[in-house]
Design a protein around this ligand. Structure first.
Ligand code: ADP
Ligand code: MG
Length: 591
């Protein structure tokens, strides 16, 4: 190793940039936070190509003097803290004085700013290792920063960026985090010339949430509030029945700052435990206020982690607070779901043998169209009387067990059928999941087409961001049997879905959103993994569709399709599909 050298500032900045600036969304976050710190009442964000080409944030805040406008690009230049004590009492977003230096090190930045008290403004251009160039310029009061060609000088970084849809989604997330903390500020977000959000000043947080999330959010949430010694808690939690398969609407803030916390998330989920099915996540917007000094936001450079002094107590308090709000609003479980959440591992594969073995049994001549349990059997006139049926019961039952259509539907969740060793019970939804899974897996790996059910075409507004994800996956969706076509900038029309899916009765929007979220999450996975996990999720979506198994024929068809599967025992996620109530157990019950 050679002699020690202190790195030139610009190189140090490029290294620091790696931590602060990971993607366009990081720039959106830093610039928006600076604008909020500058007491802006109005902040606009303009993006081109998901921020790759341009990120421009304009505010009407305090502006900077000509000298500060140059100085702000220096590392550790901050107006927000002056002493070490200030660190434990931070009221602004920024305090490291790192963001602008880092951003300028990896992009081409132009800053225009003017303080309200000054007549002329200043324009500063900085880029990479070049020195800042400044000149007097006409500018409205406030600050506008344009960041062009992010990572132009780090090709590896630029290549590492994801699709526009994914990057835009990250930008929208950051925008949302800031907008959710300040309903008193007007925000706009524009992408490639199209408005994504135009958020007027909101009377309260609830209105801001409504404007951001759209739909009937305000009727889907309940207030939470508690004042305790560790924290004051306020905000909103979603009704259990509006819990979604996709995560994304879960927000924690402390002192007006968004943070992520798997630990506190668990507290919320625990409070919902018996109210929502496994795999669904409720929405929540939870705002904590703690004593300054009892929480450290200075943990990571991107500052989405926060360290609380009394985390376990906070966990309990939050749990109790959410639980209370759920109780007060008497939210009840609305869906039938697995109470046995645990994954069941395969045991001896007996039911399949049983089922197949039964097929080999000698057949008896009988009228297979006669259904002793069908509605006809209960009417009189030309049909067997009660006594007839009663006397023939044993015979009929025997025939039934050997008929081609011996399965029955029990409630809306189970199908039962007699087998050699007892009574086989099949969980309908799980069976469908398995059948669909294998079908989709085949379709995905062979490019096979899945038959389609035509629907009355339904127009769904999914927003510009989701539309980008759709555009990127349109061919894949088509090959899976979805007939979904684009409409305008932010909508699609659903004209058909693969067999097994059902999206009537206003469910189309949810289905499309779930599909897109599934596709989006799977983007980075290896192709094979993508196929199987996509098939798993598609199968789950499909199996939870609403077309019920009603008749004995439906039931038999389901069983038949289940037992031609490669695995008829377990769902792709390891839940048991079939179980046999043995003769011994039946004997015990009835003897
Ligand atoms: P930090 O926010 O941690 O102080 P930044 O690098 O983000 O560091 O910003 C450096 C300084 O530039 C800030 O402390 C602030 O004084 C000034 N500044 C940045 N953006 C704005 C803005 N939009 N309006 C007014 N001043 C700004
Ligand atoms: Mg900052």
């Amino acid at each position: 190793m050679g002699n020690l050298k202190v790195l030139p500032a610009q190189i140090a900045n490029m290294i620091a940039a790696g931590e602060v600036v990971q993607r366009p969304a990081s720039v959106v976050k830093e610039l928006m936070e600076n604008a909020v710190d500058a007491s802006a009442g109005k902040i606009s964000v303009v993006l081109t190509d998901a921020g790759r080409t341009l990120i421009q944030v304009t505010d009407n805040g305090c502006g900077m003097s000509a000298a500060d406008a140059v100085l702000c690009f220096e590392r550790h230049a901050t107006s927000k803290i002056a002493s070490a004590e200030d660190l434990s009492n931070i009221l602004t977003y920024g305090f490291r004085g790192e963001a602008l230096a880092s951003i300028a090190a990896v992009s081409e930045v132009t800053l225009k700013t003017r303080r309200a008290s000054e007549e002329t403004g200043v324009k500063v251009s900085v880029s990479g290792t070049l020195k800042a160039q400044s000149s007097a310029a006409a500018a409205p009061a406030g600050t506008s920063i344009s960041v062009r060609n992010l990572f132009y000088n780090i090709p590896a970084r630029r290549k590492f960026l994801k699709s526009d849809a994914a990057e835009l989604r990250h930008c929208i997330e950051e925008f949302t985090h800031v907008a959710l903390t300040r309903p008193d500020i007007e925000f706009t977000l524009t992408h490639n010339g199209r408005d994504i959000f135009v958020l007027k000043k909101a009377k309260s947080l609830k209105f801001r949430i409504q404007d951001l999330m759209g739909g009937a959010v305000s009727s889907e949430v309940a207030d939470i509030s508690a004042k305790t010694s560790v924290a004051a808690i306020s905000g909103f939690i979603g009704r259990p029945e509006s819990a979604r398969k996709t995560s994304g609407n879960q927000f924690f803030f402390v002192g007006g700052r968004y943070f992520r916390s798997p630990y506190l998330h668990k507290a919320v989920m625990n409070a919902y435990a018996d109210l929502i099915p496994d795999g669904l996540t409720p929405s929540y917007f939870i705002y904590l206020d703690v004593e300054p000094g009892s929480c450290d936001v200075n943990v990571s450079p991107t500052k989405t982690e926060v360290k609380f002094e009394d985390e376990t107590v906070l966990f309990q308090v939050l749990y109790a607070c959410v639980k209370e709000a759920l109780g007060k609003n008497s939210f009840n479980a609305s869906l039938d779901f697995d109470t046995e959440g645990a994954v069941q591992m395969p045991q001896l594969s007996r039911s399949f043998q049983d089922y197949r073995g039964d097929d080999i049994a000698p057949s008896v001549d009988f009228d297979s169209s006669y259904d002793p349990f069908g509605p006809d059997s209960l009417t009189s006139g030309g049909h067997p009387s009660y006594v007839d049926r009663h006397e023939n019961y044993g015979v009929l039952f025997e025939q039934k067990t050997l008929s081609q259509s011996r399965a029955l539907v029990v409630g809306d969740r189970f199908v039962v059928t007699p087998v050699a060793s007892g009574l086989m019970v099949v969980n309908i939804r799980r069976a469908r999941e398995r059948v669909l899974y294998e079908k989709y897996l085949r379709a995905l790996s062979q490019g096979e087409h899945v038959t389609q059910t035509a629907l009355f075409p339904e127009q769904v507004n999914i927003g510009v961001a989701q539309r980008l994800i759709f555009d990127e996956n349109a061919d894949l969706l088509h090959s899976l049997g979805f007939d979904i076509t684009p409409l305008g900038d932010d909508s699609v029309v659903v004209g058909g879905v693969p067999e097994g899916f059902s999206c009537e009765g206003g469910k189309a929007e949810e289905m499309v959103r779930d599909l897109l979220a599934t596709l989006e999450d799977n983007k980075t996975a290896l192709p094979a993994m993508m196929q199987s996990s996509l098939a798993v999720r598609l199968a789950r979506l499909g199996a939870s569709g609403t077309s019920p198994v009603r008749t004995a024929l439906d039931a038999q068809a389901l069983i038949d399709s289940l037992f031609v599967c490669d695995n008829s025992e377990l769902t792709p996620e390891g839940h048991r599909i079939v179980n046999i109530i043995s003769m011994e157990e039946l004997d015990k019950k009835l003897l």
